[in-house]
Design a protein around this ligand. Sequence first.
Ligand code: F6R
Length: 612
Amino acid sequence: MCGIVGYVGSRDAVGVILDGLKRLEYRGYDSAGIAVVSSGGLQRRRSEGKLQNLVRSLAAEPLSGAFGLGHTRWATHGRPSEENAHPHQDCTGRLVVVHNGIIENYLALKARLEGAGHRFVTQTDTEVVAHLVESLYAGSLEEAVRRAVGELEGIYALVLMHESEPQTLVAARVGPPLVVGLAEGEHFLASDVAALLPYTRDFVFLDDGDIVTVTPGAMRLVNAAGEPVVRQAQRILWDPIQAEKGGYRHFMLKEIHEQPQAVRDTLFGRMGLEEGEVHIEELAGAAASLAEAKRVVLIACGTSWHAALVGKFLIEQIAGLPAEVDYGSEFRYRTPIVDASTLAVAISQSGETADTLAAFREAKRLGASGVAICNVQGSMLTREAAGTLLTHAGPEIGVASTKAFTSQLVALALLALHLGRLRGTLSRDACRRHLESLARLPHLMEQALAAPGPIEELAKAAVKASDFLYLGRGIHYPIALEGALKLKEISYIHAEGYPAGEMKHGPIALIDERMGIVALCPRGRVYEKMLSNVQEVKARGGRVIAVATAGDSEIRRILDAADTLLEVPALDELWSPLLFVLPLQLLAYYTAVRAGRDVDQPRNLAKSVTVE
Ligand code: F6R
């Protein structure tokens, strides 16, 4: 949801800002812009479409300056166009602002400012910030911003600069993320740390209500009342190379192949194989709530919500605790039964998803204790949780989540085992056996990815399908949902995930030769039932892509030449979702590539959804 970069220091600001925006483009890519101040004054350049258009325009007519800011947009108010692209300026053209979020009272502010003679030229909510700060400016940008944010309603990460205040950027945050990157003689601002990894590993994460002023040699952090705030810098251990494509055609493909390592890193150091225990130091402070909880509410959105559905199975089966799963965007709009005996678990790759955060806050307000599973250290969610089980997937750049998902699944596995041990529902021996299975996972994932079967061939036919139905049962039903989501978001082919047993209650009517059917048939509790469902599809002329356990001869007997079998290595049913999802990710990927889609930046989407 929009990416922001700011720079003050001795490098060429344009190069740093464009480099940072490139790494943030996954956040929004419908237009981009930059403004820098040089001896010639403040100059601005904006382009509709991807960042590449802005880069081309700058190559044709270069800009340079030692401080500046830039933006890549995901439109909320005002269609994507050069005019509506950020940075936006005031009437004098000497002040500019970039914004991520929504200013909810912009119409009222706009009417007032227009009444006072300000001229608006865009359809955006953001432009109102430029004029409001202009109206309050009396020589100090920090002071004007501080007074302006007092009048803003909504959510915002803002960065501003004024031509008459050399080498100074002022930023404010309520809602969407903003970090300050620290380095000798220079400062950076960005929507996330991945944008700045080539420049620094030391970051200050801004909190809601923070206003920060940076110059090359200083950073001043104040609250809404202008009082100084002290905030510790954090060192981020992500490797900048992880945020590069590393020879892969797309980030998504690279991230699919990084999954064994992401899973290994997430398990690493937490599995007490010898003693049959799980060690999650980050949750030590919440141990009492974990041990005493009577029920668990898992809160998430999108792919993370699918992980939560798997988590429900694991927590109920291993820890014997009732677990419910809620969409972040729905939780607040019903009357959830939550009290002090509830453990709320928020799951989020980014830790910044507005709906997940809002639901998590609501659960805590109602008395729940709250822990998180999150991939971004220092993100808002990690700061609001009583403890965070970090997934160590590294930066995930592709908009379609892959390695964050499988890392969430192993984090949930660890949480379920930990809960089971804390609550005495799981013996050491049983815990040890589960850990032994989990320890085999990274290697089995490598095997599955090394020999995925005829997926590229399948993709040739898949692009011609009008719709896809993904069928699964039990713990693999959420994997069917995830497979369908992956396909639809990057290939734009309509796909639905369905519990296979429900098919005959409606969707079976859809089956024809243009409908692709993916059936997840792991060996285990519902295997026979799944085979019956596959037979039902075949009896109606449907062509099946079956995903099954390697060496399964039974399924071969019911498939015929029109069908395809994809095999994954055998593993305990509880952990096999981590293997079954891999061919589905690859099928979505190769189908989208075949269809000529923009895999890493699918239309209309943004990776981090920081508006509700
Ligand atoms: C889909 C996808 C999204 C995210 C969702 C939640 O591939 O990536 O559905 O899972 O926007 O994001 P996080 O996990 O950052 O809260």
